[in-house]
Design a protein around this ligand. Structure first.
Ligand SMILES: Nc1ncnc2c1ncn2[C@@H]1O[C@H](COP(=O)(O)OP(=O)(O)OP(=O)(O)O)[C@@H](O)[C@H]1O
Ligand SMILES: [Mg+2]
Length: 221
């Protein structure tokens, strides 16, 4: 039975799509997992990037399915036995009940948390929502593993405030922070940042490797 993990935050531009792709690339290439990615954002960014990548590369480590989020719960039921990890790139909103419905059937939710003054309220609201969902599910005996990580870290005090807030409401925070580096914005849907051609030169290799190890451990992937 595969693990269903959402990468989610109602805050737009938090890093959901980038990290869905980079995590999927690494899970397949570095950890040997069988992965399926769902792009349920109406913008279909990840699906479009895969179409572009198809021009560069013929063999892909995992499939990406684009579909309407309302159809996702039944698609997961159909496919959950066929993969080790089903990774969902969520849209940047939480006002639609189908977003909440999907979050409730996940094993894990990974929240890229941005902490800039202008951006942090969206993230804080979302972390709070996940805390409430987690408590609700716990009463029904379903364990939802919620994990937040600081994205675009630059060593600012705001990052610590964000982490403290998460911990206060019992949301786990990753030890590894992800820095703001142009290489992250230049992601694709087939390359690992940990191994493979040219990986030694990748400036975020160490950071991303520790991020992946921690993620695999904490979500038990
Ligand atoms: N760690 C990072 N380093 C550098 N740039 C980053 C990083 N994380 C995010 N970005 C920037 O933020 C932009 C948005 O990232 P991404 O598309 O992954 O966000 P998103 O949460 O999926 O957004 P949306 O809510 O619109 O789907 C990227 O194009 C990139 O410029
Ligand atoms: Mg996105």
């Amino acid at each position: 039975m595969g693990k269903v993990i959402s990468v989610a935050n109602q805050k737009g531009g938090a890093g959901k799509t980038i990290f869905t792709a980079l995590i999927a690339n690494s899970l397949v290439i570095d950890f040997g997992r069988k992965v399926l990615v769902f792009d349920v954002d109406q913008q279909q960014t990840l699906f479009d990037i895969r179409q572009e990548d198809l021009l560069m590369q013929k063999d892909f480590p995992y499939p990406i399915q684009a579909l309407n989020i309302r159809k996702l719960p039944s698609r997961i039921v159909e496919l959950v036995e066929d993969y080790d990890v089903l990774l969902i790139d969520q849209p940047g909103r939480a006002d639609d009940e189908s977003v909440v419905e999907v979050l409730m059937i996940c094993d894990g939710v990974l929240i890229p948390a941005v902490s800039d003054k202008n951006d942090r309220y969206g993230t804080l609201g979302f972390v709070h929502l996940l805390g409430d969902i987690q408590k609700l599910l716990q009463k029904e005996g379903h364990l939802l593993n919620v994990l937040a990580f600081v994205n675009e870290a630059e060593g600012r005090i705001e990052e610590k405030i964000m982490e403290d807030f998460c911990r206060e409401i019992n949301i786990q925070v990753m030890d590894t922070r992800i820095s703001r580096r142009a290489i992250y914005a230049r992601y694709n849907t087939y390359k690992s940042y940990i191994s493979g051609p040219g990986y030694e030169l990748n400036p975020v290799r160490k950071e991303f490797e520790s991020f992946m190890k921690e993620l695999v451990l904490k979500f038990n992937l």
